[in-house]
Design a protein around this ligand. Structure first.
Ligand code: SF4
Ligand code: FES
Length: 250
């Protein structure tokens, strides 16, 4: 395939940034999207005229959440249920023009090119704190605390959130509620997480607001674009948890 790539270039956080156009020949349909970006970077290095394009990546197998970028206006591109590193060039056609931009949100300032600072998510998780139930050393057998299968499944589904930030990037309010609600839900559904449940939800929501993320207005784009299919049900659960914690005067 021959592709025209329109890519956001921005030297640093204060640079204004602009879209630049590149062409790439001989792109195999079997390449992953990031491999295609690697080939472009090798071309740029060989030409020696400009720096390679900075983009985040780590595991390249859909589990670390690092490969966050907007592809043709969608976080992680046109496919569903996959991260950018799992997106393959067979989803595109010969002659296509592809727009590649960083995630856009006040809470995710651009560091360079396609790299954004998502440490706001770390601070929200830190605000959630720890669980006091002992999980190592002289612990009781896991099966001694029965957990309904439906709750265990929902907690596990919530825990599959990889913190990529696509939910924020797809939301017109740059809301982080899908991410935060997944992190709240993965604990609040389990007996081990109920001890600190009220403090956790209040602190995480407070930090989320401090970081400049918007509120949820039930559009649902976050869940559609989420590579892990995190359900909107988690946002409803977080709102209930928050209300309970507020009313009980925590
Ligand atoms: S909820 Fe989905 S889109 Fe949002 S951070 Fe988690 S995995 Fe990414
Ligand atoms: S590089 Fe880890 S999820 Fe894509």
């Amino acid at each position: 395939m021959k592709l025209t790539l329109k890519i956001w270039r921005q030297k640093n956080a204060t640079d204004k940034g602009a879209i630049k156009t590149y062409t790439l020949d001989n792109v195999s349909e079997h390449m992953s999207f990031l491999e295609m970006m690697d080939v472009l970077n090798e071309q740029l290095i060989t030409e020696g005229k400009e720096e390679p394009i900075a983009f985040d990546h780590d595991c390249r197998e859909g589990i670390c959440g690092m490969c966050s970028m907007h592809i043709n206006g969608e976080p992680h591109g046109p496919d569903r249920g996959v991260t950018t590193c799992q997106l393959h060039m067979r989803k595109f056609n010969d002659g296509d023009t592809i727009y590649i931009e960083p995630f856009r949100a006040k809470g995710f300032p651009v560091v360079k090119d396609l790299v954004v600072d998502r440490s706001a998510f770390d601070r929200i998780q830190h605000a959630g704190g720890f669980i006091s139930v002992p999980t190592s050393g002289n612990t009781q057998d896991a099966n001694a605390t029965p957990v309904p299968k439906a709750d265990a499944d929902k907690a596990f589904d919530a825990a599959t959130c990889i913190g990529c930030g696509a939910c924020v990037a797809s939301c017109k309010n740059a809301s982080a509620m899908l991410f935060v609600s997944a992190k709240v839900s993965q604990f609040s559904l389990l007996p081990q997480g109920k001890v600190e449940a009220k403090r956790r939800v209040l602190n995480m929501v407070e930090q989320m607001d401090k970081e400049g993320f918007g509120n949820c207005t039930n559009t649902g784009a976050c869940s559609v674009e989420c590579p892990k299919g995190i359900s909107l049900e988690n946002i409803a659960r977080m709102n209930r948890e928050y209300l309970k914690a507020t009313i009980s005067g925590e």
